[in-house]
Design a protein around this ligand. Structure first.
Ligand SMILES: [Zn+2]
Length: 186
């Protein structure tokens, strides 16, 4: 399952994934991300709004870190999350979807405010309706990505194929190196 907030949070972990720099600071990454999620951000984002975007990412990322360790989000952090939401007047709207209607939540602030609320509500959706023990962090130590494990037995360890094959190759090399070392000692 893909989730807007997870992808937004993961933009800060780029050791194993393109563009190999912070996605929020990369025009191409931002464009792809906006197209994928139907997001419209203004061409120029003010300094104040940029720093609020980074703050939101930091806040959600810290929360996700606790959840991925199967810990509760500490009360202090919950207060911070609610404090962020209190900064926006929020409204519900009804939208025609495929074969039914969908609810969405919006704010009457700027475009950037609207995007931040979309990100935040996808985070809320994730933590309020899904199994929290399926929120995980990729076990490739240079990756850092969070993901939602949809495997039958909840046993996935990697964010995707890139990391799983990278680790397999690394382990294979280590085993081979150990064998070579053993042979050299004998
Ligand atoms: Zn990974």
């Amino acid at each position: 399952m893909e989730n807007l907030s997870i992808e937004f949070i993961n933009s800060q972990w780029y050791g194993s994934h393109p563009p190999f720099k912070d996605g929020l600071g990369d025009t191409k990454w931002m464009q792809t991300w906006q197209n994928k999620w139907n997001i419209v951000l203004p061409d120029v984002i003010s300094e104040n709004e940029t720093s609020r975007l980074y703050n939101l990412r930091n806040l959600l990322s810290r929360s996700m870190e606790f959840l991925s360790r199967e810990e509760e989000i500490p009360e202090k952090l919950v207060i911070e999350l609610n404090g962020f939401l209190e900064g926006f007047p929020l409204f519900y709207s009804i939208n025609k979807g495929d074969g039914g209607y969908a609810k969405s939540i919006y704010t009457k602030g700027s475009l950037v405010d609207q995007v931040m609320i979309n990100i935040f509500s996808s985070f809320l959706e994730l933590v309020s309706t899904n199994d929290l023990d399926r929120i995980k962090r990729c076990q490739n130590p240079t990756c850092g990505w969070f993901f939602f494990d949809e495997s039958k037995n909840n046993t996935r360890k990697w964010c995707g194929n890139t990391c799983s094959s990278l680790i397999k190759v690394r382990r294979f090399r280590e085993r081979r190196k150990n064998r070579v070392d053993d042979n050299a000692q004998n």
